[in-house]
Design a binder for this molecule. Structure first.
Ligand SMILES: [Zn+2]
Length: 286
């Protein structure tokens, strides 16, 4: 059976003194700690055996602190190279979470949990320069804003995108999908300087009043997906009504035929000659 090669690299960062991570005052080493951090290498199980120092703080920021190594977050079980590999597949290659897990397992023998992948996303958001990104979106905004709500169990993700520029503009995770949260979300966009000429939404009644208040000059359009969904719903509704009517008509005809048969049998039993009668639609029933 194929046994994967395990590679362990030693990395040490434990000088006698180390600057406090907050204010930079040098602290003196009181101890060292060793731990293994999973790294990435093609076809190998790669670890870094990391030795860090624990320092007595000479400032008021902490009592003690540990030395920090570039590329490895404090207490992290994986190096930032693993996190970057996750983002390359997610953002550049457009892989789903499941495909991404399979790809990293096959190439780097990394067995990553869903929890770690979500933690990677959280880490990326925390390290993103949000004010800088917001300014970039304002500078590159096409004038068309698409707003949508995604229902995620107990929470709702409010999402604004630029469909022509093809980039996300803003998002907010809220506890309820109501007009109050939507108004606050869109008001923030207005405060940041977004002045859309066109706003594309689904058919939800959350939007018309709020959009008329915030951007009265903007045109409000339904997105193509929801227009087609509405048309389909109306077509299926009409078909359902037609089928119900046809079924009722067939039922009436059957009942009329049954009645006619019963009458004719009764007449034969009594020995009376059968009489022809004219129906409402003009055909002759005997
Ligand atoms: Zn300090």
């Amino acid at each position: 059976m194929y046994a994967a090669r395990v590679r362990v690299l030693r990395q040490s960062c434990a000088p006698l003194t180390f600057p406090c991570p907050t204010c930079g005052t040098l602290g003196h080493r009181k101890d060292t700690h060793t731990r293994r951090v999973r790294d990435i290498a093609f076809g190998q199980i790669a670890y870094i055996e990391l030795i860090v120092g624990e320092y007595r703080a000479a400032c008021d920021c902490y009592k003690t602190f540990r030395s920090q190594v570039p590329g490895i977050e404090p207490r992290a079980e994986y190096t930032n190279r693993v996190r970057d590999a996750v983002f390359d597949r997610l953002l550049d290659d457009g892989m789903s979470i499941h495909r991404l897990q399979q790809s990293l397992q096959r190439d780097f023998l990394l067995n990553l949990s869903d929890g770690f992948l979500y933690d990677c996303l959280d880490w990326k958001v925390r390290h993103t320069d949000m004010p800088g990104y917001r300014q970039w979106t304002i500078n590159n905004f096409s004038g068309t804003l698409c707003v949508d709500e995604l229902h995620l169990g107990h929470r709702t993700l409010l999402l604004a995108t630029d469909p022509l520029g093809n980039f996300p503009v803003a998002f907010a995770l809220v506890s309820a999908n109501d007009q109050g949260h939507m108004r606050r979300f869109l008001s923030n966009l207005k405060t940041h300087g977004f002045l859309p000429q066109v706003v594309v939404t689904d058919g939800s009644n959350l939007y018309p009043t709020v959009l008329a208040e915030l951007w009265p000059a903007a045109r409000h359009q339904l997105c193509v997906f929801h227009v087609i969904k509405d048309i389909n719903a109306r077509v299926f509704d009409a078909l359902r009504r037609l089928r119900r009517k046809l079924a009722q008509k067939r039922g009436r005809k059957r009942r009329r035929a049954d009645r006619a048969r019963t009458n004719s049998e009764t007449a034969s039993v009594r020995g009376r000659p059968k009489r022809s009668r004219r129906t409402s639609c003009g055909s002759i029933v005997t």
